[in-house]
Design a protein around this ligand. Sequence first.
Ligand SMILES: [Zn+2]
Length: 216
Amino acid sequence: MNIILFGPPGAGKGTQAENITKFFKFYKISTGDLLRNEIYKKTDIGNEIKSTIAKGSLVSDKIINNLIEKILSDKKYYNRIIFDGYPRNLEQAKNLDLLVEKYDQRISCVLSLNVDKELIIKRILGRQICTKCGLIFNEYFNPSTDKKHKCDTKFLVKRSDDNEKTILQRYKTYLDKSLPILNHYKKLNLLHEIDGKTEIDQIFDKISRIMASLEA
Ligand SMILES: [Zn+2]
């Protein structure tokens, strides 16, 4: 079983991907990691990627498809992949359909974490990190209190790029780009929409139940 995980920035996708890799012994594959790895190893593709990014252009679907094929053809990952942040467009999704078939595998489910934009704004804008001890809080959902946290509140800071306009833009981009892909998987009866408003544990519980039902 291979899984695709979708969700806007701030939906907790990273945490859930980590949970799935840990509890179900999956490999998380993100194209960002694959690209960085090629650059790091200074392969031919890596050098090409590096100059593409330096020019401010997007890495081509052809390169992405090649890197994904390398993973799918590797026995180590056989039917144990969770794709995070991929496919990014309909062409990549269709190519993935062909690749899984070619390597005798399948996409078993597509999990989409749904969160409305007000919640995402609060999750991201409310995020605070203590510069003294490194603990992370959220002023709306998990505020720093005397019980939980010993340091002075003056050490709590927010990430500067997390302003509302940027968050809304990223959210809109996500919706625009993901809708055609989600529709594609909906037609294939693979789409599971999950309420991302609930607690991390509850979301993972839901994911676990979906995965169990697929294994059966
Ligand atoms: Zn602290």
